[in-house]
Design a protein around this ligand. Structure first.
Ligand code: MN
Length: 231
């Protein structure tokens, strides 16, 4: 596993995403997971599991479901650096993945089989999540198809953490900053209109009634990068 594809797709002078490669001081030996809600060209949830020094990553268009009868498509994407687990903010428009990123959930996970690399190669990873929103037993299973299939399914197993509520709608805020996607875009210089389109209506209406909303101020200039290269 390596970060070549991750590096090839990004310009680190432009995006504030981490380059990776820093030596991370670890307080625990627990493996971590993170789910980032990402309003790019399309809304998706990036589901990431730490393994072997990187974050194995899948893009889940509809986000995780707590309902064991619901299978969510999870498209395998390039490994991300461990530092990405703390990234929340704005990727400039026009860059790879341009849009607003929220730390939607995070915590630790325990794989059923200790060698996650082997499970990955075999196309079935079972694990138990200990996050704020996602808990209990889950599986990622690669769909049948051509040899190099990037399509997987993310499925909740039946246990005490299973539920039929729509967790994406019921728990739409950042676990790191308690912000909605639109609030992150507003404060970090992103495309507010685009980001708000991915926030649930009820949450936006509640935010508009909240007196703290009027006190929010942009912390950064708009994340626009003007290219001087001919197009
Ligand atoms: Mn993404």
């Amino acid at each position: 596993m390596a970060l070549e594809e991750y590096h090839r797709k990004r310009r680190f002078g432009v995006t504030s995403e981490p380059r990776g490669g820093a030596r991370i001081k670890r307080r625990t030996r627990k493996l971590r997971f993170v789910v980032q809600k990402h309003r790019a060209t399309r809304l998706h949830y990036d589901f990431r599991l730490e393994w072997d020094g990187v974050l194995l990553s899948w893009a889940v268009p509809k986000g995780p479901s707590l309902d064991p009868t619901v299978k969510r498509l999870a498209v395998a994407v390039e490994d991300h650096p461990i530092e990405y687990a703390t990234f929340e903010g704005v990727i400039p428009a026009g860059e790879y993945g341009g849009g607003t990123v929220m730390l939607w959930d995070r915590g630790s996970y325990v794989p059923d089989q200790p060698d996650v690399g082997k499970s990955l190669a075999q196309g079935e990873i079972k694990f138990t999540l200990a996050g704020k929103k996602l808990r209990g037993s889950w599986v990622l299973v690669r769909t049948r198809g051509y040899g190099g299939s990037r399509s997987w399914l993310l499925i909740k197993h039946r246990d005490a953490a299973a539920a039929t509520i729509d967790v994406a709608t019921e728990a739409p805020r950042s676990v790191a900053s308690d912000r909605l996607l639109g609030e992150i875009a507003f404060e970090e210089g992103g495309d507010v209109r685009q980001a708000v389109s991915a926030d649930p209506h009820a949450a936006i209406e509640a935010a508009l009634r909240d007196p703290r909303t009027a006190k929010r101020k942009p912390k950064r200039a708009p994340a626009v990068w003007h290219s001087n290269r001919p197009r």
